[in-house]
Ligand binder design. Sequence first.
Ligand code: FE2
Length: 332
Amino acid sequence: MAIVLGIESTAHTLGAGIVGRKGKSVKILSNEIDKFPSTAEGFIPRKLADHHALCYPQVLEKSLQTAGVSLADIDAVAYSQGLGIGHCLRVGYVAAKTLALSLGVPLIAVNHAIAHAEVSKFYTKAVDPLIVYVSGGNTQIIAREKNRYKVLGETLDNGIGNFLDVLGRKMNLSPPDAVGIMKNAAKWRGKGGEYIELPYSIKGMNLFFSGLQTKCEQLIAGKKHSVEQLCYSIEETAYSMLVEASERALCHARKKELIVVGGVAQNKRLQQMLGLMAREQKARFGVAPDECNRDNGAMIAYVGLLSLENNCISRDDLPKQDLRIDEQEVKW
Ligand code: FE2
């Protein structure tokens, strides 16, 4: 059995996951995380890096225990090379490289975005889907073309998750982030409340969130609308923009499958809207379980395993803050 350990540390989460293959079957044996909590001050890179360094031994130990393996059983160590926050990436890199060297096994640098896409394909059994990748720093609509993932559309300013987090903090929500927005939006949706018309910025298959953010900040400061109504209108507007761009890409790329991946993919309203659009376009819709859509080590281990088996371990293993999904070849 080939066993790979994956270390994730691109942003607020330190993760360690273990994946193993026996014959044709791949199993996620463990997927442990420790997330730095959202605070009113946002995420300070140095504090995130300190958090990751401090909790790494416990997260690794827990991951080994859950998987029922020891360090001696590990055949390769994979780590998240980027994109991400430089301070955080370096903690994962040094931890993974030190461990790989001490065990005498290969170190495999994994593209974080490819890991989100591949682990979701693994769970949903999608073969050649259109991929809607939504997280704090990323908003991209992606399709595979031969040996490379190609970006068909993307945000031209903020990532959708960061946009939602900023507004969550401005409204002092609990928690002060996209989850706070989701909770308040669900309450207003449940009441059948009215929608506030907001700027809707989309050009072709690309999106913009800064104009929408400025308008929302003005409305928050004006205090004319309830927090629930604002959160509902923010979600409906941002997700509608994303669904419209995705529908255009789905038709353009002629894909018959659609998956949504990344941290914001956990949002049930977004899943519902994309699922409805996919059904209208006669495409199959899929989404992985939440534990594989938030940042996690198992997805890094999974792509580490694919890289090990397909002999594609890059010598250039240094962290890359701005690594894009379309920069690397995919050889499986
Ligand atoms: Fe991510």
